[in-house]
Design a protein around this ligand. Structure first.
Ligand SMILES: Nc1ncnc2c1ncn2[C@@H]1O[C@H](COP(=O)(O)OP(=O)(O)O)[C@@H](O)[C@H]1O
Ligand SMILES: [Mg+2]
Length: 292
């Protein structure tokens, strides 16, 4: 079987690593399958666990371009699929004046030249390898999922005036969701599914060392241990991998070589962004130190 993306789960793990993304076995396997089965991948999990980054890393690893549809409340067809360039159409109608009958004007203005393509259509029409990232799907209204179905199941887009456009080169499709709401069964049915969660200490330390090469190995270990403990507290917003990385950068910038209690208290703002979380964390960390 011809493999355009990855030849095996191990190949996926290795090439993602070379692209700066450390995948565990489940992630590498699902990433391989997404390419091999040419099915969209739905990635669900808390903020900052590497969902968006996985799509970017696949693009880097495979030398593909990334086309991104950022979802938000109020996203509609005109922003997701395509829209007609009304201004240009109007000018064309005015330029034709009264010399042309309506049907030929109509044919003229609903032509390629007047089409503004948006990410979904762009990805379907590209002839080069493409990763299509549909980011934070759960932020859109549920109706938008209807728009996605044709793309997700048939890799095609229908434009009434032009006909159906089918992908000649199927994109590698990644949808991400922070699970703030359930996605429709129709969307889920068409996708492979992977739940991404916080990595274990060892992998998070490796991620930190990879992203912040200047950081001392012992400090990196301390950082991920403290972050791990913070995630066990009942906080408003648990620290993400991005925040662990920020913290390591902060410590490097301050030339802090040992993450003792004073250093934690002085720099915790890199990790926690709510006053109540900060209070709680400082209290818990102090208590932890006393019991050791
Ligand atoms: N497995 C990983 N390997 C390397 N870096 C990672 C990994 N997971 C997360 N990161 C880092 O964490 C940051 C946040 O990840 P991101 O993909 O933006 O989170 P999400 O989309 O899940 O909210 C990324 O910019 C990346 O630097
Ligand atoms: Mg994201």
């Amino acid at each position: 079987m011809r493999q355009r993306w990855f030849s095996s789960p191990d190949d996926a793990a290795e090439r993602l690593r070379a692209a700066g993304y450390l995948a565990d076995t489940a992630t590498a396997t699902t990433t391989f399958l997404t390419g091999a089965l040419e099915k969209p991948l739905l990635l669900e999990g808390p903020a900052g666990v590497g969902k968006t980054e996985l799509a970017k890393a696949v693009a880097r690893a495979c030398g593909a371009d990334l086309v991104r549809l950022q979802c938000y409340e109020g996203l509609d067809e005109a922003r997701a699929l395509y829209e007609w360039n009304y201004k240009k159409q109007l000018l064309r109608i005015q330029a034709a004046g009264g010399d042309q009958d309506w049907s030929s004007t109509h044919d003229d203005i609903f032509d390629e030249e007047f089409l503004l393509t948006r990410p979904l259509l762009t990805a379907i029409r590209r002839e080069e390898p493409t990763v299509l990232l549909i980011d934070e799907v759960d932020k859109t209204d549920v109706e938008v999922e209807g728009l996605l179905l044709e793309v997700l199941s048939d890799f095609q887009v229908t434009i009434p005036e032009l006909g159906t456009i089918t992908a000649t080169c199927r994109p590698f499709v990644v949808l991400t969701s922070n699970a703030t709401r359930e996605l429709s069964e129709a969307v889920k049915r068409r996708c492979l599914y992977l739940h991404l969660d916080y990595p274990d200490l060892e992998r998070e330390r490796e991620i930190v060392m990879g992203q912040v090469p200047e950081v001392d190995e012992a400090v990196a270990r301390q950082v991920v241990e403290v972050v791990g403990r913070l995630r066990d507290l009942d906080l408003k917003k648990a620290p993400s991998i991005a925040e662990t990385i920020d913290w390591a950068r902060t410590l490097v910038a301050l030339e802090i070589g040992d993450l003792d209690e004073a250093a934690v208290v002085a720099t915790l703002g890199a990790v926690l962004k709510h006053a109540s979380d900060l209070d709680k964390a400082v209290r818990e960390l102090k208590a932890h130190r006393r019991t050791r």
